[in-house]
Design a protein around this ligand. Structure first.
Ligand code: ATP
Length: 354
C-alpha cells in the first residue's frame, strides 16, 4: 500500500533536460502510465523512481518516506523490463528466486514464494525449464513473477510488451492489469503506445520534452485533450487550421478547409486563428438521420476494415478528412461523389493556432 509522490524532479544530460521539474502524485493502488513520444523522458523518470538514474534536483516519496537517496535494492520495487532481463544460465525458478536470495530468505520460504509467483503468472509447472525453452510471452511472465516474488510496494514496467506480437500484447496487458488490481499494487507503466495506455491505465501522464503536458483518466485525455499536442498524439484526429468568423455564448462559427464548422460555446473572437480537432469517429454518415449541422465532403476512398468503415474524403478546399464509421453501415456515395457528414458541435475541440 504505497502512494508515490514526485516533487520537482529534474534530470539533465548535457544540454538535454530529460526530466524537467516534474511534480506528480500517484495514488495507492493506482495503475499510472507515463506516455509520450520517443525522447520525452518517460524512461528516465521511471529509472529515477527505480533508483537506476540519479535525482539531480527534487525528491521522491513512497508515502511519507523519502526514498530518492536510497539504493535501488532498498526501495522495495519490482521492475519489469522490455527485454525481460532473464538470466539464460539459470532455470525459470532460479530466475524468479533471484531477488529472494539477495534478501537472505530461508530455502523453504524461497521455494514456497517462487511456486506462488509462478502460479500467479500461470506458469505453475515451468520452474525447472530453461529460458531458451520458453516463448517470448512466457519469458515476460517469468520476469513479472520475479518482480512479484519480493512482494514489492511498487511495480514499475518499462515498455514490457514491446517485444511481443500484437495479439499477445493485447492479451498480456489484460493479465498485467488483473494481476495488479488483485494484488492491490501501485504500478507505474511506461509506454509509447497510446492504445495500450488507454486500455491499461487508471490515469495517464502525457509527457513532452521532459515536462507533463496533461494528466488524467484515459477518457479525459482522449475526449478533452488540453493541448493540440495531446489531441493529436492520443489517437487519430483531423487537425484543421481555421479562422473564427463569429462567436457568441452558444456557438462559434469557424471557417476551415473551405467549409463552415460550428463549435459549441464561445471560442475566441472573429479573426482569431485556431486549430480544430475533429475525431474521425465523431463524424456521422448523414444517412443516420442526423439533423444537426453537416459538412459536405468529397469521398476519395473507402476502406472496409470489418468492424470499422474508414472513409477518406476532402473538404471543399482539398484538405483531407478521415471518417471512421461502424462497419455495418452503408455508404451510397461512390469515390469522387459528394456526401454529407453529420457532427455534434460539442465534440469539436478548438485550440489557439501555434
Ligand atoms: P524512448 O521511448 O525512445 O525510450 P523516452 O521517452 O523514454 O524515449 P528517455 O530515454 O528518458 O526518453 O530520454 C530523454 C532524453 O534524455 C533523450 O533526449 C535522451 O537522448 C536523453 N538521455 C537519456 N538517457 C541519457 C544518457 N544516459 N545520456 C545522455 N542522454 C540521455
Amino acid at each position: 500500500m504505497t502512494a508515490i509522490r514526485l516533487d520537482a524532479l529534474t534530470r539533465t544530460f548535457g544540454t538535454v533536460r530529460a526530466v524537467d521539474d516534474i511534480s506528480l502524485t500517484i495514488e495507492d493502488g493506482e495503475f499510472f502510465t507515463l506516455l509520450g513520444p520517443s525522447g520525452c523522458g518517460k524512461t528516465t523518470l521511471l529509472r529515477m523512481i527505480a533508483g537506476f538514474s540519479d535525482v539531480e534536483r527534487g525528491s521522491i516519496w513512497f508515502d511519507d518516506r523519502r526514498i530518492d537517496q536510497l539504493p535501488a535494492h532498498q526501495r522495495n520495487i519490482g521492475m519489469v523490463f522490455q527485454n525481460y532481463a532473464i538470466f539464460p544460465n539459470l532455470t525459470v525458478a532460479q530466475n524468479v528466486a533471484y531477488g529472494l536470495h539477495a534478501r537472505k530468505i530461508a530455502r523453504g520460504e524461497v521455494d514456497r514464494r517462487v511456486a506462488e509467483a509462478l502460479a500467479m503468472v500461470e506458469l505453475p509447472d515451468h520452474g525447472t525449464r530453461w529460458p531458451h525453452e520458453m516463448s517470448g510471452g512466457q519469458l515476460q511472465r517469468v520476469a513479472i513473477a520475479r518482480s512479484l516474488v519480493i512482494k514489492p510496494a511498487v511495480l514499475l514496467f518499462d515498455e514490457p510488451l514491446s517485444n511481443l506480437d500484437a495479439q499477445l500484447r493485447t492479451h498480456m496487458r489484460v493479465e498485467i492489469r488483473q494481476l495488479q488490481k488483485s494484488l492491490g499494487l501501485t504500478a507505474v507503466y511506461v509506454t509509447h503506445d497510446q492504445e495500450e495506455a488507454l486500455a491499461i491505465s487508471d490515469r495517464i501522464a502525457v509527457l513532452r520534452g521532459g515536462r507533463i503536458e496533461q494528466v488524467g483518466t484515459p477518457e479525459a485525455i482522449y475526449r478533452t485533450p488540453g493541448t493540440a499536442f495531446v489531441g493529436s498524439f492520443m489517437g487519430a484526429t483531423n487537425m484543421l487550421a481555421g479562422m473564427v468568423e463569429a462567436s457568441d455564448d452558444d456557438t462559434t462559427r469557424i471557417t476551415a478547409g473551405g467549409a463552415t464548422v460550428l463549435v459549441r460555446g464561445r471560442q475566441g473572437a472573429a479573426g482569431d486563428r485556431v486549430l480544430l480537432s475533429i475525431r474521425p469517429e465523431t463524424l456521422r454518415l448523414a444517412a443516420d438521420g442526423h439533423d444537426g449541422p453537416q459538412l459536405v465532403v468529397r469521398l476519395t476512398l473507402r476502406e472496409f476494415l470489418g468492424p470499422i468503415l474508414r472513409l477518406h474524403a476532402t473538404l471543399p478546399d482539398g484538405t483531407a478528412l478521415r471518417v471512421a464509421a461502424l462497419g455495418g453501415q452503408e455508404v451510397r456515395a461512390t469515390p469522387g461523389a459528394e456526401m454529407a457528414l453529420g457532427y455534434d458541435p460539442a465534440q469539436i475541440i478548438v485550440y489557439p493556432a501555434p
